[in-house]
Design a binder for this molecule. Sequence first.
Ligand code: APR
Length: 241
Amino acid sequence: MFESVSDLIRDAEKIVFVTGAGISQESGIPTFRGKDGYWRKYDPMQLATIDAFYKNPKLVWEWYEDRRKNILAAHPNKGHLAISDLAKYKDVIVLTQNIDGLHQRAGSNQVLELHGSIIRIKCTVCDFKDNITDSFDGLPPKCKCGEILRPDVVWFGEALPQDIWHDAINHAKSCDVMIIVGTSLAVSPANTLPIFAKQNGAVLIEVNPERTVMSEYMDLSITETSANALPQLISLLEFRR
Ligand code: APR
């Protein structure tokens, strides 16, 4: 299985990864729709929409603060590190739906965060934005302008940051290989990126222990976990360098 893929990767000029919660699962961060996923326990409409936030900003902040602490205690796994490693030999762009920053902590520096970042905050009214450096005195935290601050993440029903989405489409349209890792492809518009890539002649490779709604659309589906499969892929490449 890996032989045919490593040929494709070896000859590729530009490789785009589209990643989701599954790539961080082996770092101890729950997915959303998996058996231990967040949306099995919580209602996303109560925690991940702008209406939910204005209805109960304290509850939403408590949930994000709990996730942020878990994420800061986590470490990049072999899957994140393999992607960062590959960038030493190839032009690698990471389009991630994850807000955990683990790709960057693994050393990847061409990362587009399609759904924002849990370690960034922004004001609900003025244009204040900043990284969260420590915990807050009270929730919800307040901006200097007096309004409440919110996590700088994209909630259901909100548009992705237009500049980031525009760049993501351009990368999808201009890659030779797109590797889709650890995502159910259940959420748009991120789940349209493989279509843009395919329309422009890219080879699609999926890495996911389970089949997804787009598995039949892929040129190759590697039904393994990412921390298992990605290092094997890259080691073959290094051998062939
Ligand atoms: N390695 C690779 N894939 C895995 C692993 C693993 N170790 N463990 C689970 N997976 C796969 C699951 O099979 C599933 O297909 O990861 C996928 C996770 O899917 P979701 O939980 O739906 O997460 P994701 O696709 O990232 O969700 C997209 O939905 O709730 C919103 O904003 C949230 O960014 C998120 C978006």
